[in-house]
Design a binder for this molecule. Structure first.
Ligand code: PLP
Length: 385
């Protein structure tokens, strides 16, 4: 197998903006200052300073006050996803609503925990409310209302789209009408490039059943394994009762809290500026090399571009040829809630160098042309039917 030279697969931020020196200095300070804390177990909620820093992060972005005592630090937001699903499940086979295309980590966790996933269609504004309503009504009639609705409403993975505020309000109303909690996964929220910032769902509705998940992986680095859940009692207690890991890493939390003691704005500004250049370059390369046969999303934040290709592309051949030529990407199948083979692929642009983006995309474009049954231009205009 050829070496992967152009890895458009993994959703990571830019390694160049990882603040090595500042984190080193923060580590020295916290080990001196908080040595005693490090000799103890962290407890269910986790490091208080980190919870305060993240409550501030949320409050500054959303303009609402956030109680650090309603926050549970986790081992990345993936643990938050899993813990939520376990805590809300009553029995295997319970239903959960997800976006038709969603984050593969979540889909595979829900599968292994034993949820029956029901997909709701997407468009440029995220989950479609007409289809959500129809789905909730059908599930209600079948007496299998979902335990929750899982939504990545901001810079959705894989499409990159943002749900506008009006649609969020509609979703809140539907959730209320059917008595179903919303689990909002907002791990890309601070990776913002342009356009208005849409409010998080929890900032629009104080229903104590809604749950909010966030992470440090996308704005700082996934190796830190830091994420968190916001949940109000009594929901909060349900999560704590499910937690059997003695809490999350105090050292990582303390270092990051120290690093972000004046807020996350300064670091986010630097890292987002570089990511935005890479997003622009990726879009430019797509325009140059694939405009006649593909369409794609133009995300205003997050790390992904979702590409629709013609139906006549042999997807297996495309993937194999791309790998043989050093290009990695994630096929649409990985994101479909039922793993259906659909004519899409996801490009992650965050951690590649600009040279890799401009060299790698023409290679991918050649593989795509070669995997087609024709030379005809595309016959579709949008990403969705
Ligand atoms: C929507 C979404 N949720 C959760 C995660 C998990 O991130 P982490 O566990 O690193 O915080 C990811 C990672 O790609 C993601 O895209």
């Amino acid at each position: 197998m050829a070496d992967i030279l152009y890895d458009f697969g993994a959703g990571r931020s830019d390694p160049e903006t990882f603040p090595k020196e500042a984190l080193k200095e923060a580590a020295v300070r916290v080990i001196e200052r908080e040595a005693e804390e490090l000799t103890k177990y962290p407890g269910g909620l986790g490091h208080a300073g980190m919870r305060q820093a993240m409550a501030r992060r949320e409050a500054e972005r959303e303009g609402v006050s956030v109680d650090p005592d309603h926050m549970i630090l986790c081992n990345g937001s993936m643990q938050a996803v899993t813990l939520t699903a376990e805590a809300l499940q009553e029995q295997r086979g319970d239903t959960v609503i997800v976006e038709e295309y969603s984050y593969p980590g979540t889909l595979s966790a829900y599968r292994s925990i034993g949820y029956d996933m029901v997909g709701v269609r997407l468009d440029e504004g995220g989950m479609r409310m007409d289809h959500l309503e129809e789905t909730l009504e059908r599930l209600s009639n079948e007496k299998r209302l979902p335990k929750f609705i899982y939504a990545i409403s901001t810079y959705q993975n894989p499409t990159g789209f943002v749900m506008p505020k009006a649609r969020r309000l509609e979703m809140i109303e539907l959730a209320r009408r059917y008595g179903v909690p919303i689990v909002e996964d907002n791990c890309y929220a601070d990776v913002h490039y342009d356009g208005p910032i849409e409010p998080a769902i929890y900032a629009l509705d104080d229903d104590p059943n809604h749950i909010y998940l966030c992470s440090l992986s996308k704005i700082l680095a996934p190796g830190l394994r830091l994420g968190y859940i916001l949940a109000k009692p009594p929901m909060l207690e349900r999560f704590l009762a499910r937690r059997n890991d003695a809490g999350s890493n105090t050292l990582a939390a303390a270092i990051v809290a120290e690093f972000y003691k004046d807020g996350i704005g300064a670091h986010a500004e630097v890292s987002n500026a570089l990511l935005k250049e890479k997003r622009d370059l990726t879009l430019e390369m797509l325009d140059t090399h694939l405009a006649d046969i593909c369409v794609w999303s133009k995300p205003v934040g997050g790390l992904f571009i979702w590409v629709r290709m013609p139906d006549d592309v042999d997807r297996k051949k495309l993937y194999e040829d791309a790998q043989a030529n050093g290009v990695n990407f994630l096929p649409g199948t990985a994101f479909h809630y039922q793993n259906r083979n659909k004519p899409f692929l996801r490009l992650a642009f965050g951690h590649l160098t600009k040279a890799q983006i401009s060299e790698g995309l023409p290679v991918l474009a050649r593989c795509l042309q070669a995997a087609r049954g024709s030379n005809e231009p595309r016959t579709f205009e949008g990403l969705f039917e």
